[in-house]
Design a protein around this ligand. Structure first.
Ligand code: NAD
Length: 355
């Protein structure tokens, strides 16, 4: 048996964060779970509906850059574990406006980490305290067709403002372990997909546009490769790293599912044609529309996840076929979730990106 933890989950109203909150509350019902989330355009309190009533759960609307708030929260809740998901997370938005990414991802992470360090020092290390920083494979840059996969020792070469801001935050977290001995952990994961992902991201975007009978924008030649992982497998990996990872270390997480964007979009089209009975345009493949490539678009990502498999025994449970099918089904049956998110702000953003 294990001692209950008191965990602060930042960004818990977002896509991966809310899936992680569900995972944690199911798995560890005796833990105290506190979510801190700014409820930016990507944060949605409805994602947490199923846990809101629990006695052990608390939601706090607030900014990770707010040091006074973070200090008070760590102290009053006697937090011993942080799972840090809060971030600006969308590459296209980072190209339109990089400053918000530096603010939340770099300054926000360093604010949270400094607050945690002071709190941890004051209470004295109890052996099981952890600060886990959730990061991305995009910090490693882009792979050529014959390059080896990204491992934990691949040099950082971030190309987008998003990737650069995440790289900056990773370095700060690493330095806090090296310099102060703070029990930090870093995970660098490949592209996630699954329920509760905001409509702007590739898979939800395709599902929603098919349901609306609208064009499916594919960047450039559609041959960009991403390594897809079902969100529950990511949550399970983070759980393992929190409980069994060695402080100061980094763990790469990926599903070994390298797929070209165009092939993925075609898979989504096929599933939609099979699962939806009343599509406006059928078969939906007719909707594919190539658009001008994203500036600086990385060609290929691919994760070498041998370390987390060997050291912590992690293996993904979901296949891309199975995971994609349940994701498509989820968007088909949760129109009431995504429709309200297609706001004026969202439509303005969409027009700026895809014309
Ligand atoms: P998301 O955009 O869906 O969620 C981010 C959440 O953070 C939102 O709820 C938002 O309201 C909150 N937030 C933003 N700024 C904040 C601030 N200043 N203070 C407090 N909360 C704030 O993102 P996601 O896709 O769930 O990604 C979560 C984390 O995982 C990010 O750190 C991202 O870099 C990382 N990651 C994502 C992927 C992916 O494929 N989505 C892959 C690897 C790593």
């Amino acid at each position: 048996s294990r001692e209950p933890r008191r965990i602060l989950i930042t960004g818990g109203a977002g896509f991966i964060g809310s899936n992680f909150v569900h995972h944690w509350c199911d798995r560890y019902p005796d833990d105290r779970v506190v979510v801190l989330d700014l409820l930016s355009y990507a944060g949605n309190r409805r994602n947490l509906e199923s846990v809101e009533g629990r006695e052990n759960f608390r939601f706090v609307a607030g900014d990770i850059c707010d040091r006074t708030l973070v200090d008070a929260l760590l102290r009053s809740e006697t937090i011993d574990t942080v799972a840090h998901f809060a971030a600006e997370s969308h590459v296209d938005r980072s190209i339109l406006g990089p400053e918000a990414f530096v603010r939340t991802n770099v300054l926000g992470t360093s604010t949270l980490l400094e607050a945690f360090r002071q709190h941890w020092k004051k209470r004295g290390d109890r052996g099981s305290d952890r600060f886990l920083h959730v990061s991305t494979d995009e910090v490693y840059g882009s792979l050529s067709p014959n390059d080896p996969l990204f491992s934990e020792t691949t040099p950082y070469q971030p190309n987008s403002p998003y990737a650069a801001s995440k790289a900056g935050s990773d370095h700060i977290v690493r330095a806090y372990h090296h310099t102060y001995g703070v029990p930090t952990l870093i995970t660098n994961c490949s592209n996630n997909y699954g329920p509760y992902q905001f409509p702007e991201k590739l898979i939800p975007l395709m599902c929603i546009n098919i349901m609306l009978g609208q064009p499916l924008p594919v960047y450039g030649d559609g041959q960009h490769v991403r390594d897809w992982l079902y969100v529950n497998d990511h949550c399970q990996a983070i759980d393992l790293v929190l409980h069994q990872g060695t402080p100061g270390e980094t763990y790469n997480i990926g599903g070994n599912n390298q797929i070209k964007n165009l092939d993925l979009v075609q898979m989504v089209c096929q599933l939609m044609d099979e699962l939806a009975s009343d599509l406006p345009v059928s078969p939906s493949k007719k909707l594919i529309s190539f658009v001008k490539d994203r500036p600086g678009h990385d060609r290929r990502y691919g994760i070498d996840a041998r370390k987390i498999k060997a050291k912590l025994g992690w293996t993904p449970q979901e296949t891309i076929e199975g995971g994609l099918r349940s994701t498509v089904e989820w968007y088909l049956t949760h129109r009431d979730w995504w429709e309200p998110l297609l706001s004026k702000e969202y439509k303005d953003y969409y027009r700026k990106i895809y014309g």
